[in-house]
Write a protein that binds this ligand. Structure first.
Ligand SMILES: [Zn+2]
Length: 57
């Protein structure tokens, strides 16, 4: 339990791709166009929905 799929924009082709999440953590990425992302990239892209401002010191 706790697994669900969300649709996110694929960074490879810009189309919706399925992201399987377990407790909110992305564990699977499935683009209909066949793009492949590494686990690190999937995690970086879809892992946290925080405001992207933390890079500013
Ligand atoms: Zn794609």
């Amino acid at each position: 339990m706790g697994e669900r799929v969300t649709w996110e924009t694929c960074p490879g082709c810009g189309r919706p791709a399925a992201v399987g999440r377990l407790d909110g953590v992305p564990v699977e990425f499935d683009c209909p166009r066949g793009c492949r992302l590494t686990a690190d990239l999937v995690s970086a892209m879809f892992g946290r929905r925080r405001p992207a401002r933390r890079f500013v010191r």
